[in-house]
Each structure stands twice: as structure tokens, then as C-alpha cells.
Ligand binder design. Structure first.
Ligand code: CU
Length: 478
């Protein structure tokens, strides 16, 4: 036999063996991964809680029948201070409650539609394998109830949402939530678990325009939301509502993106994700700064909080965080950890020019011209050239009731900056103005305030360099 021929024969016989060893593509697999047999024990009523809380971890080692009761309700709630909107919800909240089951469980879902609803609603659960994720089986008119069962065949973090036409509108009005299907062995233990779902909202009014807002179809079609929110409300996770942790603790976040349109670049400012279950599935990445959460998708992240202070949850498409509402907080309490994080010092650069002496401005016209220069160079960057400010970020200096009520108060504001909540022309601002006192002289501050007071439809008046000097001296003696 030629050498070539024998090689061909050996190869062919190896191939034949390989083909015999492969299961035929047509034969069904013996078990579908995640099918753990029929439910055992008595049915379990799922105890649902409001976001950002989640039901307790599952410690069961057998598949059960889990009864989940959801009710669709159309409710007027605030999406920001003074801004009301008719949310369409599961159980009255956006997002709806987080549902937590074990892989292999049979879920018996009861979907009730409140008799006060104006719309039919249903549910598409991304944890379901079957038509519409359950949508077809759960179309529920007002005052009705549908019951539907499915087996949770795959573990992961999944979105659920209403899928009634027009689907984008039902989602844009807040009809989504997460279902977590734990793997049979459960999830690793952590100290805190929270639940955050981002959504984009399209209101008839501009950002922070007060009053009851209606849904804006044109903005939806343009995919230009007025608000991008965590848990359906600006401030749902800040201030008194902030998430909490302690120094040395671990935090797990179940994060979803209901959309309807935007993808989230989810990031925690001041944190690194120890682990990310990419797209909510089983692939785990480590040491991640920012993770993408697709619209109609989710992720599960874990982070440690070794240092005290406030971490910020943001969509790092950052305009959304600071100008459309997508901002949350994790407040970490505990002792300072200077070996991990330490502010060494802060102060003026040595040798920096001391503020100029009172500007030598002899007459009113020169003072106004100088004030205009300072305004254009410095103040307009934030308060805008027309002094109208920017909604949600910088208050107006034009026709500002806050400024006109007490013009002398503005001296301290320019010298020392301003932070915390203020109300200007009945709109709330909670932002930070940095101190200008080390770069502006008493005369310049006097001139810019005089300029602002006599322009932009303010009520007039003047501030003198001597008054600025007195406030500066008063600050020093404190
Ligand atoms: Cu709906």
C-alpha cells in the first residue's frame, strides 16, 4: 500500500469513529438543562417587596411551585419634585417588584388588572421559554385576572415587561421589572442586595417643568427622553432614599434596563465591580468599571465598599446622570481608611497671585463694563450668556427671585460658593457652585453683582467693593 493511501484510510476510519460518537442532531437531548423534574412540596407564595428591596435569597434544594401575584395599576406619582405623571405599573411601583425563584421551579403567575385601569395589560417575562414570554397567555382587560404557568429553565437575571400594543408606550409608562432565577446552588453570600432598573421617560413638558405631565409620542419616536431615571423617580436612590453599606461590606445590585429605548452604561462612581454577570447570564467578568445594560436586558454586579463616603450610581452616558435624573447613591458608613483613601491637603497654590486689590474703577460705566467682562468670562459658563441658567443644573440669574430677595447674600455666594438645595423662581436646584473668592478681587465681585442686578430684568441696586471686603473679612475672622 502506498503511504498516501494508508494515510487516507486511517483518516477515514478515524472520521467514521468520530461521526458514530456524535449524537444524531435529530435525537432530542435526554434532559433539557435546567429541567429538575416536577415541583415538590406545598406551593410557595412569593413574598414580594417594593424596590429597591429584594426578596430573601433562596435556600431550597428542590424545585417548587411558586405562586406570584402581580396587579397592573395606572397611578399618578411624582417622577421628580413637583412633576407628576401617570405611571402604568406592576403592583403600583416602577419597576414592579423583583421576583425571585430557583432554577427548575414552576412559576404560577397571577396577573390581575385593576378595575380602574383604562388599558389591557399583559406580561412578557424574559425568563420564559415559550411564545411571547407569556404575553399571549396573559392579555388581561381591566377588572380581569389571567393565570399562566411556566418552568424557569434557565438561571439568570431577566427583565419582565408589559407587551400590550403599543408596546413602547406601555414600557415608557413604567411597566417593567426583574425576575431573578437563582442557580440550584444559590448565589454567593453578600451583605446587601438591591434592585435598580433604569428607564427613559417622555413628558410633554421640559425637564423639571412642574405639574401633571402627559406622555409625548414625538419625543418617544425621536428617542429623546425628557428624563432618564433609576426606579422611576428622580431621587428614588438619593438623600434619605440612598442605598446603604458599611466599610468592609459587599453589595449586590440586580440592575435592569426597561428602556424602552436607551442602553445604559452603568457605572458606580468610586467603585469597581468585583464581578459582573454579563447581560445577566452565567458568564462572569471581574474588576469592571462600567458595564452595558441593553434595553430589555439586565446585569448582576457585586462590589465591595472598603472606604466610607458616598458612591454614585450613574448611567455614564453622563448627561443623563446630571441633567436627566439617572443618579443614585450608596452611602458607605464606617471609620476612615486613610491607608486606602486619603485627602492629604487642599488650598491655594503657593505663590499664586493674591486677589488684586480693589479694582481701580472710577465711575459707574467702567464698573458696569468690568462687571460685564467678569460675567462673560466666568459666570456665563454656568448661568449661560442670557443668565437664564440650565434646567436641573444651574439656576437663572435673570429675574431671579432668590437673588433679588437679598442681593447682599449673593456676595457670600460668589466668595464662598454655594451647595445644597435652593429654590429659584419656584424651581428646586441641588447643585454646587464653586467659590470664586480666590480668583476675583473685591472690586470684580462688586462689579459683576452690580452688573447682574442691573441687567437681565433684575430689580437693580448696587454692591460696593467695601461690602465685599467686609464679608471677606468677616469670613476670615470666623
Ligand atoms: Cu401594559
Amino acid at each position: 500500500m502506498s503511504r498516501l493511501l494508508s494515510t487516507v484510510l486511517v483518516t477515514a476510519s478515524l472520521l467514521a469513529i468520530a461521526i458514530c460518537a456524535m449524537p444524531s442532531a435529530a435525537a432530542p437531548r435526554a434532559t433539557l438543562a435546567g429541567d429538575f423534574g416536577p415541583p415538590q412540596g406545598a406551593p410557595i407564595e412569593e413574598k414580594l417587596v417594593d424596590p429597591p428591596n429584594v426578596p430573601a435569597p433562596i435556600h431550597r434544594n428542590y424545585p417548587a411551585r411558586v405562586i406570584v401575584r402581580l396587579e397592573t395599576r395606572e397611578v399618578v406619582k411624582e417622577m421628580a419634585d413637583g412633576v407628576r405623571y401617570t405611571f402604568w405599573t406592576f403592583n403600583g411601583t416602577t419597576p414592579g417588584p423583583l421576583i425571585r425563584v430557583r432554577q427548575g421551579d414552576t412559576v404560577e403567575l397571577h396577573l390581575k388588572n385593576d378595575p380602574g385601569s383604562h388599558m389591557a395589560h399583559n406580561i412578557d417575562m424574559h425568563a420564559v421559554m415559550g411564545p411571547g414570554g407569556g404575553a399571549a397567555a396573559t392579555v388581561t382587560p381591566p377588572g380581569h385576572e389571567s393565570v399562566f404557568t411556566f418552568k424557569a429553565l434557565r438561571s439568570g437575571t431577566f427583565i419582565y415587561h408589559c407587551a400590550t400594543a403599543p408596546v413602547p408606550m406601555h414600557i415608557a409608562n413604567g411597566m417593567y421589572g426583574l425576575i431573578v432565577v437563582e442557580p440550584p446552588e444559590g448565589l454567593p453570600k453578600v451583605d446587601h442586595e438591591y434592585y435598580v432598573v433604569q428607564g427613559d421617560f417622555y413628558t410633554s413638558g421640559t425637564y423639571h417643568e412642574p405639574g401633571l405631565q402627559s406622555f409625548d409620542m414625538q419625543k418617544l419616536l425621536a428617542e429623546q427622553p425628557t428624563y432618564v431615571l433609576f426606579n422611576g423617580r428622580e431621587g428614588s436612590l438619593t438623600g434619605a432614599n440612598a442605598l446603604t453599606s458599611k466599610v468592609g461590606d459587599t453589595v449586590r445590585l440586580f440592575v435592569g434596563d426597561g428602556g424602552p429605548n436607551l442602553v445604559s452604561s452603568f457605572h458606580v462612581i468610586g467603585g469597581i465591580f468585583d464581578s459582573v454577570n454579563i447581560e445577566g447570564g452565567t458568564l462572569v467578568n471581574h474588576n469592571v468599571q462600567t458595564t452595558l445594560v441593553p434595553a430589555g436586558g439586565a446585569t448582576m454586579v457585586e462590589l465591595s465598599t472598603p472606604v466610607p463616603g458616598t458612591l454614585l450610581l450613574v448611567d455614564h452616558s453622563i448627561t443623563r446622570a446630571f441633567m436627566q435624573g439617572a443618579l443614585g447613591e450608596i452611602k458607605v458608613s464606617g471609620p476612615l481608611q486613610p491607608q486606602l483613601y486619603n485627602k492629604v491637603s487642599s488650598g491655594p497654590v503657593r505663590g499664586a497671585a493674591a486677589p488684586k486689590a480693589v479694582a481701580a474703577v472710577s465711575n459707574v460705566n467702567d464698573a458696569m463694563a468690568d462687571g460685564k467682562r467678569v460675567f462673560t468670562q466666568i459666570c456665563s459658563a454656568c448661568h449661560q450668556g442670557n443668565a437664564m441658567g440650565l434646567p436641573g443644573a444651574f439656576p437663572p440669574l435673570a429675574m431671579s427671585d432668590y437673588l433679588n430677595a437679598d442681593p447682599k447674600r449673593a456676595i457670600g455666594i460668589v466668595l464662598n460658593g454655594l451647595s445644597g438645595k435652593i429654590t429659584v423662581n419656584s424651581t428646586g436646584y441641588e447643585s454646587v457652585m464653586p467659590a470664586q473668592g480666590s480668583s476675583l478681587s473685591d472690586g470684580e465681585i462688586a462689579n459683576v453683582l452690580t452688573y447682574v442686578l442691573n441687567n437681565f430684568n433684575n430689580k437693580g441696586g448696587s454692591i460696593s467693593a467695601a461690602e465685599v471686603k467686609a464679608v471677606r473679612a468677616g469670613d476670615k475672622s470666623k
